[in-house]
Write a protein that binds this ligand. Structure first.
Ligand code: NAD
Length: 258
């Protein structure tokens, strides 16, 4: 049986996912269409996606998860989320994870090691998770920053710590850098155990995440250094491949790590 997929978002991640699916990177998966942003008139609509697709993949941002996610799961379709930061919202998280009948699936995205943390959560206790993320300063400039703050971050020749906190702190200040923090909290099964530090580092050639998870089943020291996406220096080139890997597993788990 073919797994029919629709995409929401055709930016750096979505367009690469589409390319990979069209090139046959996930046997047993068929891309049925891409929901346009606004009135782009591509001849494919969200309603059609709900009608045709088995899985709708969000590659469009936190707001799109809130806009489309509840309708996808209530229609009994599966939702694959890249903008995991959206699940910081308690009510949206409950709707997407508990209400069904469709399932909400989360991409491993730019991170590795979530499988080990999830297994430790199921079989033991997560004591603490820390994460240090480093990105180029220009990728971390936000619209709420005043001119002086932007200039200081961009002009610094040294790393600048921009935020220290949990998912709820990140989603307010750096929504696009919240996905990995939220993913760790969801893998740990608790919203309070993750403390993340975000650093603007002028020497960062790539985005890096260093996670240390202390659990009753072991300590996981996970260091991921990501190449930037071709289309968006703030996104990682790994993410579309993580999405496609997930779809391939959904369509045909034979030989997959799950
Ligand atoms: N889980 C992870 O590790 C991880 C890593 C990087 C990015 N992300 C998430 O992936 C998302 C996409 O990243 P990107 O680099 O492709 O961003 P991007 O800005 O290049 O592309 C986003 C696309 O979504 C479209 N879009 C926005 N709102 C829409 C809507 N309501 N309907 C239809 N289309 C809509 C935009 O027009 C744009 O084409 C990011 O917002 C981020 O939340 C997750």
């Amino acid at each position: 049986m073919v797994l029919k997929v629709a995409l929401i978002g055709s930016g750096a991640i979505g367009s690469r996912v589409a390319e990979l699916l069209d090139a046959g990177a996930a046997p047993g998966v068929e891309l049925t269409g891409v929901v346009p942003h606004g009135d782009a008139g591509t001849g494919f609509s969200f309603d059609e996606a709900l009608d045709i697709a088995d899985v709708v993949v969000e590659c469009a941002g936190v707001a799109a998860v809130a806009e489309f996610g509840p309708r996808i799961v209530s229609a009994g379709k599966d939702l694959l989320v890249t903008s995991i930061g959206a699940l910081c919202d308690d009510s949206l998280r409950q709707t997407l994870l508990d209400d069904g009948p469709g399932r909400t699936l989360l991409t491993t995205g730019a991170l590795g090691g979530l499988d080990a943390i999830t297994a430790a959560c199921a079989g033991g206790t997560i004591h603490s998770i820390t994460m240090e993320s480093r990105k180029l300063p220009a990728a971390l400039i936000q619209s709420w920053m005043d001119g002086e703050t932007k200039d200081r971050i961009l002009a610094s020749t040294q790393p600048v710590e921009l935020l220290r906190g949990g998912p709820a702190d990140f989603i307010k200040a750096f929504p696009k850098s919240t996905n990995v923090v939220s993913a760790l909290a969801l893998a740990a099964g608790t919203w309070d155990v993750v403390e993340a530090v975000l650093i603007a580092d002028p020497a960062a050639k790539q985005t890096s995440h260093h996670v240390v998870a202390e659990t009753s089943l072991g300590t996981f020291n996970i260091r991921v250094t990501n190449e930037a996406s071709r289309g968006n220096p703030a996104s990682s080139a790994l993410v579309p491949h993580a999405v496609v890997r997930g779809l391939r597993t959904l369509a045909n788990a034979n030989g997959s790590f799950i």
